[in-house]
Design a protein. Structure first.
Length: 152
């Protein structure tokens, strides 16, 4: 599976994510139900990872080391907490706008990476899965289940 197929899958899964939050109002977007997060924080942390990985993909495209010196992505919980905390200052519409913009930037950065870096097991392949495809698949079912429980 090459970049084209991965990006098609990414777009499809992103559409599923966006459908899962369709027509939620501000109160519903900010209601805490997922640990200490609501939909706003879930979407903001996805956007945060998109933005972080844009730089990683840009460095891969230039033939550089993917992660800059001194940056460590292994403690995802602390990154997630930071992204969610930043989201609490934003209204849900701003978070949705940022999510869309971050996904566009993420895809644009992926398009600059050489095709061979998307072979299974390669860094760019893993990034499209962990930051995009698998990440969306992790969260939209939980949002859909929450909406069903709440009758939204």
């Amino acid at each position: 599976m090459g970049r084209h197929e991965l990006l098609e899958r990414l777009h499809h899964e992103f559409d599923n994510l966006m459908k899962s939050v369709e027509d939620l109002d501000e109160e519903q977007m900010t209601k805490i139900w997922f640990g200490d997060w609501g939909v706003r924080e879930i979407l903001a942390h996805i956007a945060g990872w998109h933005w972080e990985m844009v730089g990683v993909l840009e460095r891969i495209a230039k033939g550089e080391r993917p992660v800059p010196e001194g940056v460590d992505y292994s403690d995802a919980d602390s990154w997630n907490a930071r992204f969610a905390e930043e989201a609490r200052k934003l209204d849900p519409e701003e978070v949705l706008d940022d999510l869309r913009a971050s996904k566009e930037a993420f895809v644009a950065a992926a398009l600059e990476v050489p095709e061979d870096r998307f072979a299974e097991g390669k860094t760019a392949y893993r990034i499209l899965h962990t930051t995009g495809i698998d990440h969306y698949r992790e969260h939209y079912p939980a949002i859909q289940e929450w909406r069903q429980r709440e009758g939204i």
